[in-house]
Design a binder for this molecule. Structure first.
Ligand code: GLC
Length: 548
């Protein structure tokens, strides 16, 4: 029995884009100071072109004390000197456009850095002042206000409130250095509309909006029953600060800004939400006057399980189509353990626990990479757009054994060294097989790279048949030529251990079982692994076939 899933029509570039996520600090270091930079990224545009991506998303590149990897923004209209200058950014955008690559910038509206001039002003001002009203300052509870205003927790651990010298408390849902803005303040609203316009005028084609589900807080500031969990928030009904109805007004305001700019400039623009919300809420963010897309984070936590994967795919496609949007597929990003590692660890592993205390041997790297290749090809064949995190095209693993003294993530600090956090997926990219930082720069790298990093480098994989890099290089253009314009999806029931679907004569089959599956008739276009013989699909393998 087959079942058809409808795909919403539309020709906008973002609907089917392959978006490559660049973590600027760790991508390429042109000036040899150990930290990646904008010029480094620009120098790698030929690499990205050859890979076949349609857009790049730049993680925050603004001036910042980097207490949360740049998500603590001190100035939204500038580039951190360690990364370069606004002129460098303009050159990068221009070169990317010349190569047919769109540029998405990361906007962080929930909070600023404590170095932002507004917060500096707020701390120096008095309680009740206009400067304090841009943020969320409150008096404390207890006889002398010595207790925080609510019991809310920071996502990174510890309380979500810190106290100023004059006794008032300010809210920070993340690090102490990231005070939350007050989104009921008209000045805050106007400022961000203007920041959107600023980056569009500079050439940006889209925005990835950070913590888009957190902007509005319950005005009564009630206590919450459950402690927030790291980055898996938003699943609680009527939560005092996640996924509140009023965020949709803000979404609509921004969409109107982008729609007006689109008309003015004649360029298609988009915004994609980072919204960790319950599944029923996702389509609300995707209504035609809100976000163009929202990240679908299901696959960041989805085990190697055919039932869960298929139902995630179904739901994402149906939800997106119900509001005229397109689905998104994400396997890794700068916040999670890399998926080549996740798929190599035994099912049910607590990743943070493994990072702290687990042995390297627990991870079967070969299996992890094999499954990573298979699932990547499966997601690339689906309707919608795919977000690739830098280094996954090399099959990079999580660096699980970074020395404690180099750990930089606020999760490590705020959990009092009980959780390592996210540094292991942010280790600088190896470009060459040898050299001080494997071609990342001319000297060291801000996080140490493993000694065997060279074997996984671009140089080591370039032109090597069967390498992960060459698989991506084959799959992306083939996807553009086949799947992208193939519309609706029909589920195929070929084998109980396979996820199989067809779109316009193209068939994708992934073998989740332990034994081989018979290859159906047709031309074999690509296999995730060369163990797919002419007649059989091996375990943990995906094939693309063109029907005769
Ligand atoms: C988002 C970012 C994450 C950051 C947090 C606070 O979840 O992806 O890296 O720490 O927001 O801005």
């Amino acid at each position: 029995m087959s079942e058809t899933i409808h795909v919403a029509a539309g020709t906008e570039w973002w609907r089917n884009a392959v978006v490559y996520q660049v973590y600027p600090r760790s991508f390429a270091d042109a000036n040899g100071d150990g930290t990646g930079d904008v010029e480094g990224i620009r120098s790698r545009i030929p690499y990205l072109t050859q890979l076949g991506v349609n857009a790049i998303w730049m993680n925050p590149w603004y001036p910042s004390p980097l207490l949360d990897g740049g998500y603590d923004v001190a100035d939204y209209r500038s580039i951190a000197p360690m990364f370069g200058s606004l002129d460098d950014a303009k050159r990068l955008i221009a070169d990317a456009h010349d190569a047919g690559i769109r540029v998405i910038v990361d906007l962080v509206p929930n909070h600023t850095s404590w170095d932002h001039k507004w917060f500096v002003e707020a701390v120096a001002a008095t309680p009740g002042s206009a400067a304090r009203d841009r943020y969320i300052f409150r008096d404390g509870k207890g006889e002398n206000g010595e207790l925080p205003p609510t019991n809310w927790s920071s996502v990174f651990g510890g309380p979500a409130w810190s106290r100023c010298e004059d006794g008032q408390w300010y809210l920070h849902l993340f690090d102490i250095s990231q005070p939350d803005l007050n989104w009921t303040n008209p000045e805050v609203r106007a400022e961000f509309c203007d920041i959107f316009r600023f980056w569009v005028d500079l050439g940006a084609d889209g925005f990835r909006v950070d913590v888009s589900h957190g902007l509005i807080k319950d005005p009564d500031f009630p206590d919450v029953d459950l402690a927030s969990e790291i980055l898996t928030v938003g699943h609680i009904e009527n939560h005092p600060h996640w996924d509140r109805d009023e965020v949709h007004e803000i979404n609509r305001e921004w969409r109107a800004v982008l729609d007006a700019k689109e008309v003015e400039l004649g360029r298609e623009l988009m915004m994609v939400a980072e919204a960790w919300v319950k599944p029923e809420s996702v389509p609300l963010y995707l209504r035609p006057d809100e976000y163009h897309q929202s990240f679908n984070f299901d696959f960041l936590g989805c085990p190697w399980d055919i039932t869960q994967m298929r139902s995630s795919i179904n739901r994402a496609l149906v939800d997106a189509a119900s509001v005229g949007s397109s689905a998104t597929w994400v396997l890794s990003n700068h916040d999670v353990v890399r998926h080549a590692t996740r798929y190599g660890l035994p099912e049910g592993t607590d990743y943070q626990e493994w990072l702290m205390h687990g042995s390297a041997e627990l991870c079967d790297h070969t299996l992890g990479v094999k499954r990573a290749r298979a699932i990547t090809m499966m997601l690339l064949a689906l309707p919608g757009s795919t977000y690739i995190y830098q280094g996954e095209e090399l099959g990079l693993h999580e660096v699980h054994d970074l020395p404690h003294e180099v750990l930089d993530d606020p999760v490590w600090r705020r959990s009092e060294h009980t959780r390592k956090g996210r540094d292991g997926c942010r280790v600088p990219i190896p470009w060459t097989t040898t050299g001080a930082s494997f071609g990342f720069g001319s000297d060291g790298s801000w996080l140490p790279q493993p000694s065997d990093w060279g074997a996984q480098s671009v140089e080591a994989q370039d032109g090597v048949a069967g390498s992960v890099l060459e698989l991506y290089r084959s799959a992306l253009p083939l996807r553009a030529a086949s799947w992208v314009d193939s519309g609706d999806l029909n589920w195929l029931e070929l084998d109980p251990h396979a996820i199989a679907f067809e779109r316009n004569g193209y068939v994708c089959i992934t073998n989740f079982g332990d034994s081989d599956i018979q290859l159906p008739d047709g031309d074999l276009l690509l296999a995730s692994d060369d163990s797919a013989s002419v007649a059989m699909i091996a375990a943990n393998t995906t094939v693309w076939i063109k029907r005769p």
